[in-house]
Design a protein around this ligand. Sequence first.
Ligand SMILES: [Mg+2]
Length: 404
Amino acid sequence: MRITNARVIVCSPGRNFVTLKIETDEGLTGIGDATLNGRELAVAAYLEEHVVPCLIGRDAHQIEDIWQYLYKGAYWRRGPVTMSAIAAVDTALWDIKAKAANMPLYQLLGGKSRTGVMVYGHANGTDIEHTVDEVLRYAEQGYKAIRAQSGVPGLDKVYGIGKAGAKVYDPADSSLPGEHDWSTEKYLQFVPKLFERVREKLGFEHHLLHDVHHRLTPIEAARLGQSLEPFKLFWIEDPTPAENQEAFKLIRQHTTTPIAVGEIFNSIWDCKDLIQNQLIDYIRTTVTHAGGITHLRRIADLAALHQVRTGSHGATDLSPVCMGAALHFDLWVPNFGIQEYMKHTEETDAVFPHAYTFEQGMLYPGDVPGHGVDIDEKLAAKYPYDRKYLPVNRLQHDGTLWNW
Ligand SMILES: [Mg+2]
């Protein structure tokens, strides 16, 4: 089965998404997500200018060889742009192979390891009571695991808290980068109070998660982890930037609160030391940003050796194509932990019709051949690309640029 054509489709049904569609001489097609939030067109150009010409005429069944060809053949390995582009090709080819086999993708990976995929939803509030209400609302909808983020008193804009009364989470909210302010002191004072109140109202039946978004130094992260121990969190995410992975040793020495890292990682080389030294509990690499199903499987297998479980990034900066592929992966992967899940807008769901369904805190990928997500190209064309940036973050007291 030869690849006859590959096209990049960029659309913005509420957010920008980059989709690669691969066509074959047997009439089967497959799609992959190549969305790199805030830098979308870099991946689109990488695909169109450099990757697509190399795909035409290749055997669509040779997923591994094509992966190696694109990774090793470029000479310039790794990086988010390269790995998102390779991921899109890889995802589209797995989609095609599964359609050719007339099976849902999870069957090709080794079949189901569980009945469904536990997901966590995002409860965001402007203050403690609002956040508690949101957490309870998610619990009522059947979620077994809930991430809680709240506005911090004295801070103007906080990560995860949108403009419209925190109902919407929209980090890409400006045509130029927006500016948030930050005070570690105010945050560290506040967060234990938030989770004390949430546990008081919710009890201990549900998993609670919290994203620190790279804001702390290692010793501050250690203090946060310690202060949250009574509230038994499922994880704290990205407690400190992960370029210097030695830093996590310090956090580990001080706290038993589990740690999740990896949504901005793009290869097994980014994960290797954290996993092998058991400095984290959950690895958050995704299908789209970490080289597709083929590479994510390698990361998960390494993680399994060290009892690190998966917890893939799944915010709405990724298209439903990534979510569909991730759910097949999650249903199979033996060391599955949890999957992040944010509902896409109705416009996005209409552009990307999908087989996956939500019920009682679980997602199910469905049983149609392939990964079960399609793109309505006519509808997609009605939503042209709209440049957006992630915000930046500055320290409140003197304007120093901080981590976002
Ligand atoms: Mg995160």
